[in-house]
Every structure is written in C-alpha cells, then in structure tokens.
Design a protein around this ligand. Structure first.
Ligand code: C2G
Length: 763
C-alpha cells in the first residue's frame, strides 16, 4: 500500500460524500482510507442547533468497492489530534496523508504528490491549498486554473491578512537574510497567522514519523497543526514542493449547524493558541527561522487582534489575565523580531513587555478612538450608527411609533405598504408611522414621515419605534430593544430553497446563513401566505417564534372589489394602451451574477424587436427586473410596445393590469395565481439554476401552473396559443391555487394588524 489517507470525521455527511467522491476519482489508486470517527468538539455539545455525531457507515459502505476503507473511533481522548494519531498508529501505507472530511482533492493530487516524492526520494511532499465556499460540482465548474486562489485556509487567517502588511514585509526580510528552506517559506512563512499553518496536503513517509515519534499534541484542540508541522520541518530534510498538487479547503457557510474549527468561538481557544505556540517554540529549541516567524505571528496577533479587544470587552479579563499571559510569552521574543514592527505596534509591544497595562489601554483607546472618528467623519452611515448606539437607543421607546420598510427603502410596496394603509385607515391618528424610502419624491398617503435608509433620521426612528415592519432582514447593526416588536412580512412564497435548506450559498455573502440566523432571532412575528410557507419557514429559517398564516397583505389588492376601476386608472397613470393585452415579464435574479452585495447583473434573453414584430398588434409588454438588478433594460425605439417598469413601486399593481405573466423562478407567480390568469415560465437556465445555484422546493417540471419554455421561439409560440395552454393547464392551475392561494381573500392586512398591533388571537 502506497498511501494511507487519514480522515477525522464527526458530522456533515454531505461534506464527507464530496470528500470520498474526490478520492474515488483519483488518478492514483494505490491507497487506503482510515476514517476516524470522533466525538463532537466538547465546546459545542451544548450549543443549540449544532449537529451531533452523524453516522458515516452508510456512506462508507458505498465506497468499499472502490478503495479499502476502515472506520476507527477516538476513545478517551478526542479531537482532531487524537483522531490523526490513531491514523498514524494504524496506517499500513508507505506514506500518510491527512485529509479533512469537509475538504476534497483535485483528481490528480495524490498522483502528483507521490510521483514527485518517489522521483526525488523525499520524505515529505507538499502541495498547495485552495479555498472555496462550494461543493465539488460548483467549485470545479467555476475554477479557473490561471486565477491564482489565495492559500489562506481560514477566516481568521483572512482577517489577519487584511489587518496590516507587517508580516509580509518581515517575511521577505527574514527570507532574504536567513535563506530558510523552501518548505519553511511555503508552510510557515507564507501562511498568515498561526492558525493557517496546516498539516493538510502533506504526503509524509510514515516510518519517519514513527521513528522520530512525531505525533499531534492531543491536549490541544484547536492549534495542534502548528507544533506538528514545525516538528516535521525541523526533522525532515529531504522535502519537495509540488505546487500543482492541489487540495480544496472548503469553508463552512453554515456555522450554525456545522461550524468549522476556525469558526468556533470559545475563550479557551486563546489558551490553546498560547500553549501551541509555547510548546512549539520550546520543541524547536534554539532560535531559528521557524521560531522567528512564529514569534512574529504572535506579535502580530497581539497588536492586530488582541489589543482591539481591550476596548470592546465588557469585563477586564482581556486586560488583566490575558495581558499577563501574553507578556510572559512576548518577553522571550528576541529584540530583532520586535524591532521589525511598525512604530505603533512596536510601542504597544514595548508597553506589554514592561507590563504597563494602563499605558497600553490608553494607547489602544486613543488609537481606536481616532480611527472611529476618522470613520465617522468620512462616512455618514458610520455616524448614524454611532448615534444609534450612543444616543438614540438611550432615549425612551415610543409605544405607538411604527417604522416600515420595503426592499431596503427602494420602494413603497409589498406587504408593509398594505399593512400601513390598513393601519392608517382602521386606526387613524393612533399611530405615528415612519416610512424608510430612499427617493423622497415617492408619494406616500396618510402623511407618514419619510426617512432615507441609513440616514441619521433612520437611526433615530429605528431606535425609538416600538414596532418594526420589514419585508427583508433588518441591518446587521440594529439591536432589538426590550419591548420592541419586530414584524417580518417576508417577500414571497418560496420556490427557491432558502437559508438552511440551501446547501450552497452562491450569492455575494457566503456567510448568509450565519447572519440570517442571528437577525431572524429578533423577529416576533413572521407572515406566511399558505401552509406550505409556514412549514418551509419553520425549517429553513429555524424559526420558533410566531408564524401568522394570514395570507399576504400585498395580495389584498388582487381581491379588491373595485379591481376593474383600479385597472383602468393604473393604465391611464402608466400610459398603457387599453386596446391591447398586456404581458408582464418579471424574472428573478441569479445568485452568481453580481457586481457587489445587493447589485446583480441581468441580461434580457428576449429580442424585444422580434417580440414587437410578432406580437405588437395584439400585445404590449411590461418589463420588470428584480429589485436586486443593477442593469437596466434598453427599450429605445420600442416605447409603444415595451414599458420598463422596473422602478415602479408596487408589482402587485402590475399584476392587476397584466393579462399574462412570464417569469422564471421568481415567487411572483404564487401571488399572480390569485388572479387565475395564465402564467408562462421562461426557464432558459433551468439546469444551472436548479442544480447548482439554488435547488427548488417544488418539482418545477411537474407542479407549475404553466409550461416551462426554453427559447424565445417557445415563448412566442406559447403566447400565440395561450388559449390552448390555459385549457391544458387548467387542472394543474386549480391544484396550485388550492395549495398556495387558499388563505388570500383580500383581508390579510386586517388579520395581521389585529394580531400584532391589537393583540387579537384570531380575526
Ligand atoms: N419582485 C419584483 N419584480 C421582479 C421579481 C420580484 O417586484 N422582477 C418582487 C416580488 O414581490 C417578489 C419578490 O420581489 O415576490 C421576491 O422576488 P423573488 O424573485 O421571488 O426573489 P427573492 O427576492 O430572492 O425572494 O421566499 C421568497 C424568496 O425569498 C425569494
């Protein structure tokens, strides 16, 4: 047996499957797998929602025909170190290779490593690590060989990397002066921070490990790789670098269920780090490049991270005990390492070595204070935030004040609009209402106070209003006050998988799940349009507060008794001809096509000129992009046929005036079905959207109330034969209506207002 692949495993069967799949695909197949089932990290056993041990047997059985795989268990001592040591003890291969169960390999990683190790007769061959947030399918679909991915391997390391370039400068200097081996540069020097030093993607001759008694330190749960790697580098001289042998380190987008070790935040991590550092430096003995690099990383940690905590900490724990602990270690760091720090950091370290806590606190407070002032001066949002925390939340909360916001202040629309209008009509003058609206010219009836999102007034009212009515999440920095009532209306019956039902988060913020979890804990009430949404929200949001299945307030207008008159008035207002039928095209956004957070791309896949030519006699088309879309559709020269209503406030009104809806995966069709008018699905990128980006709750090929269309020609055909389609889909449409529109009846706003604002149990 050439290689023993050692995989510690606790939970995350979906991770493990990807990991083993990547082994199955290896071009080198002379290896065995030792899967070591570990217990959950002891710090996590009490944490709500974290998954307990998940049995790998079924998965393992599926791979037995492809390679030898044997399961071991950690016993009294647990943790990654203990698991890997079991691997070292039981490996029968010539080489050992540590692979984490949440990571995976390129198809030729093992081959490249082993070939190079054999060719050069090396005891250690190491490759590179590539970071990703995605599973194999998505990763390999998007990975480009020539885009050099940064080898950092943890969020902590990434954060350190952004906090100053001292380490970079120092590394360069040290490397020039001391000329360490390439392996030391690659495995210690190039890694940011202590945590990124990793035992992964190393192919190591087992006999050498055993002979030199090199094991992982089982007393350390978090930073054990550090001393292992350092001891390997100290002991092994014939080492070869194989940059093309790539290991994919998968970052965890769901730290709520599956926190990566780097995402676990416990006090003891600090002590672990110090112990790891101390034992490693001791083991290394005389000072050398490795210990100098480690020392510098420790100083960086102190000056970048540790000291910023001093001000934030509620207790004096950081200031006293940890200061002393830190001092004990830093004192022994040689002068020449310290002098290479930048001036402010150098002064901090000087005070630390002197043991002068008071001076350190003063320096840090002044430094952070001035940074904050600079930030406030240059950034009005930061100033509003500052006032929110330090002034506005200290003022008394107003019992009858309500703040409303729809789609980040982009429009006066959606359920908040209809809740507001009902509240204003049914209880005039009883509530002071504030609308978050970015365009101050937007007309809002009943005299609401208008404020711009993230302005000072916004921060003021958010802090003082008892009631909050939003259809998306509140900003991250908003803190719920005692007595606050948060009503989350949400913005659609879900077709696309949401939050914790999503395996991948391909959008602009990969930590979406974590943020969502924190923010949704604040919601007292969540609106649902139907039983299906209620069940989905409970599971996908891990939502345990009250879900009010009252129907969508935004759909009340679709049942308005004066609907016909409203349609005529709206067509007049928008200049839409009354002698033609109206098509509404309202697609959604694509998670992977963005310019930045909340700014997504959209390219129209319909040729408007052709549409006009073929349909213009009978129809006009209303184009409506999603509120995330930054691109705008050009309708120049087609103004009598195409109307770009992407900026129009309220899509519910556009439903009213349309005879036919074309959408894709947007939740708009759940609402539109209330009108019982025909719906077409232009799903030109179905496979990618369903299989890679999101996944759906419904079987889109079977359960939709209209046909799936893939080309412009299909769309034109369907429109020309719309009568036939209506007939063909009648049965499915009825079923769909029963399932998703059964609650809506025009009174949803009333039901939710009476529940939340008047405390009635049922209306
Ligand atoms: N919307 C719109 N115009 C579009 C698409 C959507 O005005 N072209 C509005 C509709 O009110 C729709 C809502 O935005 O119901 C949500 O849009 P989706 O396309 O469904 O996408 P998303 O914002 O991701 O919300 O549970 C629902 C999901 O969260 C989907």
């Amino acid at each position: 047996m050439k290689i023993s692949v050692v995989i510690p495993y606790v939970n995350g069967p979906h991770f493990l499957e990807d990991c083993l799949e990547s082994l199955k695909d290896q071009t080198w197949n002379d290896f065995e797998v030792l899967l070591i089932q570990d217990k959950p990290n002891p710090y996590l056993t009490e944490v709500e929602n974290v998954k307990d041990v998940e049995d790998p047997t079924m998965i393992v059985d599926n791979y037995k025909e492809f390679f030898p795989i044997c399961v071991y268990h950690t016993t009294t001592t647990q943790g990654v170190s203990a698991a890997r040591n079991i691997g070292i003890a039981n490996a029968t291969g010539e080489y050992i290779y540590f692979l984490d169960s949440d990571d995976y390999l390129f198809h030729d990683t093992l081959e490249k490593l082993v070939m190079e190790a054999e060719r050069t007769k090396s005891d250690l061959a190491y490759g590179t690590i590539v970071d990703t947030w995605f599973k194999r399918l998505v990763f390999f679909d998007t990975y480009e060989e020539d885009t050099k991915q940064v080898d950092t391997s943890s969020e902590e390391a990434t954060r350190n990397a952004t906090e100053g370039d001292d380490e970079e400068d120092y590394r360069k200097k040290l490397i020039t002066e001391q000329a360490p081996s390439q392996a030391v540069i690659d495995l210690v020097g190039k890694k940011r921070g202590l945590v990124a030093i990793s035992a992964l993607n190393l192919l190591i001759r087992v006999e050498r490990l055993r002979k030199n008694e090199l094991f992982f330190n089982e007393q350390i749960l978090f930073y054990a790789d550090l001393s292992f790697v350092a001891s390997v580098l100290k002991t092994f001289t014939n080492v070869v670098s194989v940059p093309d042998a790539k290991y994919v380190k998968r970052k965890h987008n769901d730290p709520v269920h599956y926190p990566a070790i780097t995402q676990i935040k416990v006090e003891d991590k600090f002590n672990n780090m110090l112990t790891a550092y101390e034992t490693t430096v001791k083991m290394l003995g005389k000072q050398d490049t490795i210990s100098e690099l480690l020392a510098f990383k420790l100083l960086n940690y102190y000056t970048n991270y540790f000291t910023t905590k001093i001000r934030r900490s509620e207790q004096d724990y950081w200031r006293e005990e940890r200061f002393t602990q830190m001092r004990a270690l830093v004192e022994s760091i040689p002068e020449e390492v310290r002098v290479s720090l930048k001036p402010y950091k150098k002064k901090l370290v000087k005070q630390l070595v002197k043991g002068n806590l008071a001076a350190t606190k003063r320096m840090v407070n002044i430094h952070l204070g001035s940074k904050k002032i600079r930030n406030i001066r240059s950034n009005p949002r930061a100033f509003a935030c500052y006032l929110y925390f330090h002034v506005f939340t200290k003022l008394k909360m107003k019992e009858n004040w309500v703040i409303f916001e729809s789609f980040f202040g982009k429009s006066y629309s959606d359920s908040p609009k209809y809740i507001y209008e009902y509240l204003s009509q049914a209880y005039p003058k009883q509530y002071k209402c504030i609308w978050v609206i970015n365009d101050k010219h937007t007309e809002i009836p009943y005299g609401a106070k208008k404020v711009k999102r993230f302005s000072i007034a916004y921060a003021y009212y958010f802090a003082r209003c008892k009631y909050t009515v939003l259809n998306v999440r509140q900003p991250n920095w908003i803190r719920k006050r005692k007595g606050n009532v948060f009503l989350e209306t949400w913005h659609g019956t879900p077709l696309k998988r949401l939050v914790f039902d999503q395996e991948e988060v391909c959008g602009a913020s990969p930590l979406h799940k974590q943020q969502f979890y924190r923010q949704s804990r604040d919601w007292d009430y969540l609106i649902s349009d139907n039983r299906f949404s209620t069940d989905t929200f409970k599971r996908a949001f891990l939502f345990h507060n009250e879900i009010v299945e009252c129907g969508y307030p935004r759909n009340d207008v679709l049942y308005a008794p004066d609907k016909e008159a409203r349609i005529l008035a709206l067509k007049d207002k928008l200049g839409i001809p009354k002698d033609k039928k109206t098509i509404l095209y309202a697609p959604t956004w694509r998670d992977d096509e963005y310019y930045g957070k909340g700014e997504y791309k959209f390219a129209l896949k319909l040729d408007l000129k052709n549409l006009k030519k073929q349909l213009g006699e009978e129809y006009v088309i209303l184009l409506r992009t999603h509120y995330y879309i930054a691109d705008s559709i050009d309708i120049t020269g087609l103004e009598d046929f195409a109307f770009n209503l992407s900026k129009y406030n309220d899509i519910s009104e556009l439903y009213l005036i349309s005879d036919l809806l074309i959408t894709d995966y947007s939740s708009v069709f759940f609402d539109y079905a209330n009108l019982r008018r025909p719906i077409l699905f232009f799903t030109y990128d179905l496979e990618k959207y369903r299989d890679m980006l999101r996944g759906f709750y419904l079987d889109i090929e079977k359960e939709m109330p209209g046909p799936l269309l893939f080309t412009e020609e299909d769309v034109l055909d369907a429109i020309k034969n719309i009568g036939q389609i209506e007939e063909d889909y009648k049965g499915k449409y009825d079923e769909f209506y029963e399932r998703f529109c059964h609650v809506d009846d025009g009174n949803a706003s009333k039901r939710i207002v009476e529940r939340v604002f008047r405390g009635k149990k049922s209306v």
